[in-house]
Ligand binder design. Structure first.
Ligand code: ATP
Length: 939
């Protein structure tokens, strides 16, 4: 709808002095021309066309201008601008203009790339669609929240985000947290009673507002305003949804860049002094010092980092993990423990009832999934109709149930909780008609299932006394409320539960109790006792094949997988063993956790991998305990009460399909397929992104240092030529040529590294330590090695060429040729070194020579640019270059290629040392941690 136009005006005007909260609910329905069963699908469509989608307009956090200013406002740009001004002031107009042109171009490219990458990341982080449960044509539907219109009747349940401004039609223990609107973080209770017209937003207890969250209970409500007409939309027509593009790594790099810049400025000043001492003119010395600054600062790096992150986020989204908070991309690489829910994440969430037990006997059900195919048999007998007690139990399971299954194209489609869907299918398989049952015994009221209660109860019409309550839930919880009759004791029932659970089944108990017609409300006091146990139903939910595989991959990657489930300990044990998670350990229950002190908890949290009958508050304690033990924890969650644990975890993972809105908002990552395998894929993706960033760093830094060394060596040691009565310092490269390498070549080559595929061993090495410095010993050593090599190669070739040609073609021509050769040698170095950087540890043949075509596109582009640099007259004039012979080109390539064997040897030495360290780690240790030599333990 037109966001600036309130919904009420477009439907039917309501009196100005009677806001929605002051009108009785019937008047609200009447005014909105709707009814309690909701709109028809066609009317909803017509209203959507009239009102427009139920969305708020967003503006991105950082305006383009601000981003552009951030690009310009860096020490580097100021240094470059200063050097350009100085060059112009010294009469070197062309040099000055080139510097300015390159600065302008670089800023523009950096800005465009960062802007695009930022947009891509923002789009992805907001990709998860929001849904709402709505009544259309009298039927419950799940519809995108954006399609809601005024007059729609929506159902609210704990964990939901309220999809629009709504007036309540019914509420049961409904509590809504309205912090998004009022800033009040304590949930406010909602009830039906009319409210004074003058009540403020926080006091309109019969309304719920778009953008707030249901934290408890259920409700039915009619939509009164959507999109920009909602209270939230009115407060801020443009909701600023800034996505923070900073990560620990970008922050660390910013700090490094700052220090690097200061260090370079100090070295530049020293160089200025050296130049002056050696007899350079002031202007020449100043220029050399500024050129050093230009050459040594890695200006392309920020853009490369943002782009690598953007590519990583897109890659992970394609593997079904949506990154909501960018730092998670990096934290994933350090994850040491993944705590995962069982149902739906590690298992398929395709529940099928396979066993039924009543005090009168045991039954089995055949068939799998939500298919009506399958039969009920008394154990050891042919299929047949259920006995009266089996029937009672199945009826209870079907009536005390919020799910619905509809037959569509020969198979059944489930709406609601798969556990409840399985109970409906079981009843149908036994020949019961669920729709008829529901008509015969209409529901009067219900206490919905909540994980912490572990039961659900419903009040129905019918029975001898007028009404009856049905209770279904975890057997221990239901049994506690039952009075068991003759010959039936708790021990016998629990033994049966254990028997079913040891087949890996989730077990639910059903019970009933008659009640006299009451006020129609079901309260917690009503379900405290006096029930008759009807039976147990056991359902299987097999592990996902891909989860078994992913658990294995996590183990080889040094990540421990822990399963946290609300299910019975025995069920958890069986499924844990099938998934390879149990690993001989013991199952710990929530009740046991509750009794432990902090120290015991830390010990158990580390040593046990399967936790059963766990309530959400235990999850929070577990995360904290693991973190205190130094772990980086990823934790999954779907319920409203999982939010604190998701926030506490280093990486909170929410479920895109079954997760509540509250859990999604608390999470760093959302899995669009609810599948554990996607977490493993995200870890892999995170490690890959980090690797690629380090590769870019290991590529860029040596170039900058190499260029600085070339200049320093020149100023400090090269002779000053006396030509035509003037002192002319001999330098291997001109400032503009250095700029060419630093800004054009380095960026063209470093960017493709962000596209590099994962390394073969990415999931075979332990997680990265979160505090490991970005500039590791490896990066520093590599930088020094390559920089020295590059400086030696380029300087050597420069001197050789200059001396060889001086007599033949004279100083000017010899200098131009020698300088062109020095630049070309550095470029060749970079090309060969780039190939080496594609793998940090492995040889490039192992990762596949052609596995990243973008690298070759970058190289191809650079070769073309470099040929232009050497041979195009226009470029020759601008950059003072001279054409080279084929032989000279070959020589540059040969010297550049020297980096390949040198880095090859370095990689070999590094991997040998790593292997030796690993072997040493694995050597058995004696008393006091002393190593026992391997030979001594044999035999
Ligand atoms: P997981 O962690 O494996 O995903 P969970 O924590 O979501 O599982 P719950 O859904 O809280 O587990 O279920 C805990 C127990 O509550 C189950 O073992 C079952 O006995 C019972 N239960 C589950 N769903 C329902 C339901 N819809 N109605 C009544 N009882 C239920």
């Amino acid at each position: 709808m037109n966001p600036s136009k309130p919904a009420s005006q477009s439907v039917s005007p309501r009196p100005q002095d009677s806001p929605w909260h002051a009108l009785p609910s019937e008047r609200v329905l009447e005014t909105l021309q709707t009814h309690a069963e909701g709109l028809s699908e066609s009317e909803a469509r017509a209203r959507l066309a009239r009102h427009g989608p139920n969305v708020l307009q967003h503006v991105s956090g950082e305006s383009p201008l601000k981003l552009l200013w951030r690009q310009v406002n860096s020490p580097l740009i100021w240094v470059l601008l200063a050097s350009a001004s100085l060059a112009i002031a010294l009469g070197k107009l062309t040099d000055g203009l080139i510097v300015l042109a390159v600065v302008g171009l670089n800023t523009l490219i950096g800005f465009l790339q960062e802007f695009r990458a930022g947009k891509a990341i923002e789009a992805l982080t907001q990709m998860v669609p929001e849904n709402a449960t709505v009544l259309r044509d009298g039927q419950k539907r799940t519809a995108p929240a954006a399609e809601l219109v005024p007059g729609d009747v929506v159902l609210l349940a704990s964990g939901d985000k309220v999809p629009a401004d709504v007036r309540l039609l019914a509420a049961r223990n409904l509590q809504v947290e309205e912090a998004a609107l009022t800033g009040e973080s304590l949930p406010s209770e909602k009830r039906m009673g009319a409210v004074d017209a003058s009540a403020g937003v926080g006091d309109r207890t019969n309304m719920a507002f778009g953008g707030t969250h249901v934290t408890y209970g259920t409700g039915t409500a009619v939509v009164v305003a959507t999109g920009g007409a909602t209270e939230l939309g009115r407060i801020s027509q443009l909701l600023s949804e800034a996505v923070d593009l900073q990560t620990p790594l970008t922050k660390a790099l910013a700090v490094i860049s700052r220090y690097l810049t200061y260090a370079i400025l100090v070295i530049s000043i020293i160089l200025l002094a050296v130049g002056l001492l050696r007899g350079y003119e002031v202007a020449e010395s100043l220029l050399a010092a500024l050129t050093l600054a230009v050459a040594a600062i890695p200006e392309g790096l920020p853009a490369i980092v943002t782009i690598a992150l953007a590519i990583g986020v897109q890659y992970m989204a394609a593997r079904r993990a949506i990154i909501r908070k960018l730092p998670a991309v990096e934290t994933l690489g350090s994850t040491t423990v993944i705590c995962s829910d069982k149902t739906g994440t590690l298992t398929r969430n395709e529940m099928t009832v396979q066993a039924l037990w009543t005090p009168g006997g045991a039954w089995s059900l055949s068939g799998v999934g939500y298919s009506p195919q399958g039969e009920l048999c008394r154990e050891g007998q042919p299929p047949g109709p259920p006995s009266e007690d089996a029937r009672e139990s199945l009826v209870a399971g079907a009536l005390c149930n919020d799910a619905s299954v509809r037959s569509r194209d020969g198979s059944w489609e489930l709406t609601g909780d798969p556990t409840e869907g399985a109970l409906l299918v079981a009843a149908e398989k036994a020949g019961l008609k669920v729709d008829e049952l529901r008509e015969r015994h209409p529901r009067v009221d219900a206490i919905p299932f909540e994980s912490e209660n572990q039961f659900m109860a419903t009040l129905h019409e019918g029975g001898r006394d007028g009404r009856f309550i049905l209770l279904k839930g975890a057997p221990e919880v239901v049994l506690r409320r039952c009075s068991l009759g003759e010959g039936l004791d708790t021990g016998r029932v629990l033994a049966e539960v254990e028997r079913l659970a040891s087949r890996g089944m989730r077990v639910l108990a059903m019970a009933s109790k008659p009640v006299a017609a009451s006020d129609g409300c079901l309260r917690f006091e009503d379900v405290e006792g006096g029930f008759r146990l009807l039976g147990l139903e056991g359902m299987i939910d097999p592990p996902r094949e891909e989860a078994i595989d992913a658990v294995k991959r996590c183990h080889t990657a040094g990540i421990t997988v822990k399963m946290i489930t609300g299910d019975h300990a025995k069920t958890a044990e069986v499924i844990g063993a099938q998934l390879g998670i149990l690993e001989g350990g013991r199952v710990v229950t929530g009740a046991q956790l509750a009794e432990m002190d902090e120290e015991q908890l830390r010990e158990v949290a580390t040593s046990s991998n399967v936790f059963a009958r766990v309530a959400p508050e235990h999850k929070l304690r577990l995360v904290r305990a693991l973190q205190k033990e130094g772990h980086v924890v990823a934790m999954t969650g779907d319920g409203v009460n999982d939010a604190p644990a998701l926030k506490q975890a280093n990486i909170g993972v929410a479920m895109g399909i079954t997760g509540t809105a509250v859990s999604k908002e608390a999470a760093d990552i959302i899995l669009t397929d609810d599948n554990f395998a996607s977490i493993a894929a995200a870890v892999e993706g995170g490690r890959r992104v980090y690797d690629n960033l380090i590769k870019s760093l290991a590529f860029v830094l040596p170039t900058n240092l190499g260029l600085a060394l070339i200049l320093i060596v020149g100023v400090a040691f090269f002779p000053i030529m006396r030509l035509d009565g003037e002192d002319v310092p001999l330098l291997a490269m001109l400032p503009t040529q250095l700029l060419w390498i630093n800004l054009v070549a380095t960026v063209a080559l470093a960017l493709p590294l962000a596209f590099e595929a994962r390394e073969p061993d990415v999931m075979n090495r332990p997680p990265r330590h979160p505090d490991a410095p970005v500039l590791s010993g490896f990066v520093v050593m590599r930088t020094l090695l390559v920089a020295v090599l590059m400086c030696a190669g380029a300087t050597g070739l420069f001197l050789w060429e200059y001396n060889a040609e001086l007599v033949r073609v004279g100083h000017a021509r010899a200098l131009a040729e020698a300088q062109t050769m020095a630049v070309t040698t550095v470029i060749m170095f970079q090309i060969f070194y780039l190939l080496n950087c594609r793998a940090l540890r492995d040889s490039i043949f192992r990762i596949g020579l052609f596995s990243n075509p973008v690298v070759y596109a970058g190289i191809g582009l650079l070769v073309l640019l470099q040929l232009g640099f050497i041979y195009l007259p226009f470029m020759q004039a601008v950059f003072d270059t001279a054409p080279l012979t084929l032989e000279a080109l070959g020589l540059c390539a040969l010297v550049g290629a020297a980096v390949v064997p040198v880095i090859g040897v370095e990689k070999w030495w590094r991997s040998r040392r790593a292997r030796r360290d690993r072997d040493r780690e694995q050597e058995p240790r004696g008393r006091f941690g002393l190593r026992i030599p391997r030979r001594a333990t044999v035999g």
